[in-house]
Structures are given as structure tokens and as C-alpha cells.
Ligand binder design. Structure first.
Ligand code: FES
Length: 324
């Protein structure tokens, strides 16, 4: 079996099936190479796939959380991205060994909710697919509005229709080209029961509009997951990070993030999304004032200035002392 990515810190998975799901979207079915059960996961969970050159990409698990014989993820090829999705589309082949971290869930389903509404855009459908499967298993009502540019860009539509018919679900597909306009997100959300738990996963513009439209709802019932940061990373440089455990002092030049400088200097730091959304690179700040650019910390956590997402945030002070 040929291994196509790095094995460090990861469990080996064998690529059992690659499947075309929609334009530029391919799904990957990953199994244990020896046929053993895989660590279980809950709806909304993701795995971090370890790519060459120490890159890591998080992909939501879209299969039924009761399954322990496989993980299924889907990847949209992003020609303008940092290269991870292109590698995923071009390199692994059926039979390849790949490496990933065990599942983690930053976007959990509130299973006790009386009703659940989902807004998904493009590849953002993947965690929602696992969530509606779970709600079907629980016999709970759900409503999904899935927006895509055209029928060619919409993945898993037949499966979503089947789930809606089999369970207490309602599935509405919004295709921009057929309607001649994008989905009216405030109008859509205004019609959703005030008691519902509401979820959004999709491109930045959709999530921003969703959060605006949901601002009157209780925070605990509003859930979202971004694939990319809400804003640009801090790359202005001109400051230094001091590693408290070793005393090492590293200058961060213009054009680099703290994470760039840490990895260049072989400092052991965990990271996954590299864009401020997953929380993996959260690091304790001992001294100094971070320039927060992530989309992970709450406003209250930012105000405390006692931790930082080193993949995207910078420093407002000349020096930042980190617990590394
Ligand atoms: S690596 Fe995901 S927030 Fe930094």
C-alpha cells in the first residue's frame, strides 16, 4: 500500500472509494487498512487530514455517525486556495494510505432541540448531511435550505431528498441560476420558528448574512462553522515572540504569521485550519497584547488577551511572550 502523506501524529486510513459528487467536488471513503472499527464520531465532527510539508486540512465527516467502518469526507477543488484541495484531488488514489487525526467536533448538533433549521452553501453541506442523518435517526424534525450556484454545483441532492422523505425532514434546494438571484437569507430566516436551533455552514458572505439575520435569536441556538477566516491574517510583522519555556526570541517579519515563524524554527505547535477558525493553534499569552484576527475566540476571550491563535493573529505590542 502506498502512503501519500505524512504519518506523524496521525492514524493510517486507506482510501476505499473516490466519487464524483458535483462540479469540482469529490468524496473520499476512508477505512481502517486492517478492517478494524474506527474511532466513533458525532454529527458535525471533522477529521484533520495530514498533508505533505506539515500542512493540515480539516474536513467534515458526512456519513452517518453510527458507522464505525468508514469515514466519508468531501473536498471541493479550490484553484485559488493554498493547494491543499488540489493535492487532495490530484494525488491520493483508491488503495492509497493516508493519515489523519481522530475525529473532533467544533460544530456539535443540539440533539435536544425541538426543531432544527439548516442553511448550507456549496461544500458547506457536508457537516449538515451528518446532522440531518442523526436527526432522522432520532425522529426529530428538521428543515434544510441548500443554496448552490447551479444544479451542477449542488452535491448529495438525491441523498438529501431521500432523507427528507424517510424522516421528519424538509429539504429545499435553491439554485441561483434557475432563480436568477441569490437566496434572500434574512427573508428565509425570518420564516423560521423562533424556538428552532439554527445552523449555517457555507461561504463567508452567507455566514455573515446568517449571523446578521439571526442576531435577535438566543446565542445558544445559533450555530455556524466557517471554512475560512472572517478577515485577513496579521502579517504586518515588526514584533518579536518570546518562547517562555526556552527563552528563545524570534522576530516576526512583514509578510509572515507567528505560525510561519514558529514552524520555520521547528517549534512544536499544533495547527489545522491555518485560518483562525478551528482553535487548534490556541496558545497561552503570558505577556503582551495580541492583535486578534481569528474567528474562534468569543469577544470576552479576546478582551482577556490571555491566549492567541498563532496561525492568523499578530501582536499590538513590540513583544509577545508565549507559553511555548
Ligand atoms: S490552526 Fe485553526 S485556528 Fe489556528
Amino acid at each position: 500500500m502506498e502512503s501519500v502523506n505524512a504519518g506523524a501524529q496521525g492514524v493510517a486510513l486507506q482510501l476505499a472509494q473516490l466519487r464524483y459528487e458535483a462540479h469540482q467536488i469529490v468524496s473520499f471513503e476512508l477505512v481502517d487498512p486492517d478492517g478494524r472499527p474506527l474511532p466513533s464520531f458525532t454529527a458535525g465532527a471533522h477529521i484533520d487530514v495530514l498533508l505533505p510539508e506539515a500542512r493540515v486540512r480539516s474536513y467534515s465527516l458526512l456519513n452517518d455517525p453510527v458507522e464505525t467502518h468508514r469515514y466519508v469526507i468531501a473536498v471541493q477543488r479550490d484553484a485559488a486556495g493554498k493547494g491543499g484541495s488540489i493535492w487532495m484531488h490530484d494525488v491520493p488514489r483508491v488503495g492509497s494510505l493516508m493519515y489523519a487525526r481522530p475525529p473532533a467536533n467544533d460544530f456539535p448538533l443540539a440533539e435536544a432541540a425541538s426543531t432544527s433549521f439548516f442553511l448550507a452553501g456549496g461544500i458547506g453541506i457536508t457537516p449538515v448531511l451528518a446532522m440531518v442523518r442523526r436527526l432522522c435517526a432520532l425522529g426529530k424534525p428538521w428543515h434544510l435550505v441548500y443554496a448552490a450556484r447551479s444544479a451542477r454545483h449542488a452535491a448529495f441532492v438525491a441523498e438529501l431528498r431521500r432523507l427528507a422523505q424517510a424522516g421528519h425532514g424538509r429539504f429545499d434546494l435553491w439554485l441561483d441560476d434557475e432563480r436568477g438571484r441569490p437566496l434572500d437569507i434574512p427573508g428565509t430566516l425570518a420564516e423560521v420558528d423562533a424556538e428552532a436551533d439554527v445552523y449555517c455552514c457555507g461561504p463567508k458572505g452567507m455566514i455573515d448574512a446568517f449571523l446578521d439575520a439571526a442576531s435577535g435569536r438566543p446565542e445558544a441556538r445559533v450555530h455556524y462553522e466557517r471554512f475560512g477566516a472572517a478577515g485577513p491574517a496579521a502579517t504586518q510583522g515588526g514584533y518579536a515572540v518570546v518562547l517562555a519555556r526556552t527563552g528563545q526570541r524570534l522576530s516576526v517579519p512583514a509578510g509572515k504569521t507567528i505560525l510561519d515563524v514558529l514552524t520555520e524554527n521547528d517549534v512544536d505547535v499544533q495547527y489545522a485550519c491555518s485560518s483562525g477558525v478551528c482553535g487548534t493553534c490556541r496558545t497561552i499569552v503570558i505577556e503582551g497584547v495580541p492583535d486578534h484576527r481569528d474567528d474562534y475566540l468569543t469577544e470576552e476571550e479576546r478582551q482577556r488577551n490571555d491566549c492567541i491563535m498563532v496561525c492568523c493573529s499578530g501582536s499590538r505590542s513590540a513583544e509577545l511572550v508565549l507559553d511555548l
